[in-house]
Design a protein around this ligand. Structure first.
Ligand code: NDP
Length: 461
């Protein structure tokens, strides 16, 4: 066997890369992980974690309103953005430090450098003027926000990356896109008191989610004061003395202080030397892998967003675990990308697992739909108008629950638990045999007895 410097070289110290590096090192492999920026990757540094802190901060707007409804006297409230940013950055630094320590404790070597492949076994450490060799290479470089090409004035817009560090909170913001990041940031800005507009090119936000979820959430966003503009996109952006003007395909223009594009993310593959190493990309520009996360080159593997399968932190981690089992423990494992639950931390949030109603009906499968839209008890007390949606999609023939969709407070927490029995193939009868926990919102999920009959359709349609 050739003599390599390392058994495993990981490029990218995000969720997937760090997990793989740690597990392989703990198993006795000689491991190095290269990171050109901060350890922790998108999730810790400029994604899930700082985003959730912003969501927490923004949720106080609703909490103050609720508190008043419950008899509290709330004086004048104000939000100190710089103070929030300082606290957020301290916490992110702490979490990044934990990742570093975990790597060190596992015996993996952390190299603060950009790494590029020279060939399948040789890695150049940019800036350190040296190369190293490795038997196995793992690409875990994640993704990066993209701006749509060909939009004049796009340089006046920011992405989520910059939104985490804005020197001051804008008074007015336009968020572009209808995906996870767009609806989450629209909720954040709105909650923090920013006059918020959400602009999406399609007929309804959150394409790919259940249609009831999409409609319900759009309504709730508007109820909370977000202006939602659908079916429309930018012709151009223009900076003026008073802000940034978005000229839209509808012929209208909207002036705001900040325009944030959340129009998707692209895999970080540029300049990595993948071509030199012979690694094939797929049509979307992501690293093409088989179900074991192995690329077109036998000793090079890839996990996480750079492979553009399901771009979620826990998925990258599970792909990394399966990779280590396969490549280092002689125990071939592939992560099952079915039934991955996800949450959108909009306000209110969304939790979803399994098939949408449309997916379930696809191909003529007969399904029953159970649906409940109600005002949660915490809100009814003070006359709050917010509504929660709970929905189950059930296969008629087997009685199995194919999908569960929730929009409302605690939806992410609810869906985490619902995902377990649904992945195990629970039937509606078994689900309903579970006694309710009262008084909760989630009890509605186990007490929906009658299938919902769409207008104009007979039962079972
Ligand atoms: P998404 O793919 O979710 O959404 C991108 C949005 O931008 C879509 O609404 C898309 O519209 C729109 N869009 C794309 N191109 C253009 C264009 N040229 N002009 C106008 N609109 C455009 O990407 P995000 O950036 O929101 O998130 C990336 C991924 O990160 C997510 O898919 C998810 O996997 C992950 N993520 C997960 C989170 C969570 O778990 N809570 C939070 C944040 C991110 P259309 O639908 O018409 O294509």
């Amino acid at each position: 066997m050739a003599d390599f410097d390392y058994d495993l070289f990981v490029i990218g110290a995000g969720s997937g890369g760090v997990r793989a590096a740690r597990l392989a090192a703990l198993g006795g492999a000689r491991v190095a992980v290269a990171e050109e920026y901060r350890v922790g990757g998108t999730c810790v540094v400029r994604g899930c974690i700082p985003k959730k802190f912003m969501v927490y901060a923004a949720e106080f707007a609703q909490a103050f309103k609720t508190a008043r409804g419950y008899g509290w006297t709330i004086g004048e409230t104000s939000f100190d953005w710089p103070a929030f940013l300082r606290a957020k950055d301290i916490e992110i630094a702490r979490l990044s430090g934990i990742y570093v320590r975990n790597l060190e404790n596992a015996g993996a070597e952390l190299i603060h450098s950009r790494a590029e492949l020279v060939d399948a076994h040789t890695i150049r450490l940019v800036g350190q003027d040296r190369t190293v060799t490795a038997d196995t290479v793992l690409i875990a470089t994640g993704g990066w926000p993209t701006l749509p090409p060909g939009v004049p004035g796009i340089e006046h817009a920011i992405t989520s990356n910059e939104a985490f560090h804005l020197p001051e909170l804008p008074r007015r913001v336009l968020v572009v896109g209808g995906g996870y990041i767009a609806v989450e940031f629209a909720g954040i800005f709105n909650g923090l008191g920013v006059e918020t507009t959400l602009l999406y090119r399609g007929p309804n936000i959150l394409r790919g989610f259940d249609d009831d979820v999409r409609t319900h959430l759009a309504g709730e966003l508007e109820r909370r004061g977000i202006t939602v503009i659908l079916g429309c996109q930018h012709e151009r952006l223009e900076r003026t003395e008073t802000g940034v003007v978005s000229h839209l395909s509808s012929g209208h223009s909207v002036e705001t202080d900040q325009v944030m594009f959340a129009t998707g993310r692209a895999p970080n593959t540029a300049g990595l030397g993948l071509e030199a190493a012979g690694v094939t990309l797929n049509a979307a520009g992501a690293v093409a892998v088989d179900k074991f996360s192995r690329t077109s080159v036998a000793n090079i593997w890839a996990v996480g967003d750079v492979t553009d399968r399901i771009n979620l932190t826990p998925v990258a981690i599970r792909e990394a675990v399966a990779f280590v089992e396969t490549a280092f423990r002689d125990n071939p494992q592939s992560f099952d990308h079915q039934h991955v639950a996800s949450a959108v931390f909009s306000q209110p949030p969304v939790g979803s697992v399994g098939l949408t109603e449309a997916e379930a009906r696809h191909g003529g499968r007969r399904v029953d739909v159970y649906k409940s839209v109600f005002r949660p008890m915490k809100g009814t007390f003070y006359g709050g108008e917010e509504r929660t949606l709970m929905k189950l999609v059930v296969e008629q023939a087997s009685g199995r629950i194919l999908g569960c969709h929730v929009v409302g407070p605690d939806a992410p927490e609810i869906i985490q638990m619902a995902a377990i029995p649904i992945r195990m193939g629970v039937t509606k009868a078994q689900w309903d045999a579970t006694c309710a926990v009262h008084p909760t919102a989630a009890e509605e999920l186990v007490t929906m007895r009658e299938p919902w009959i769409p207008a104009g359709l007979s039962q079972g349609g």
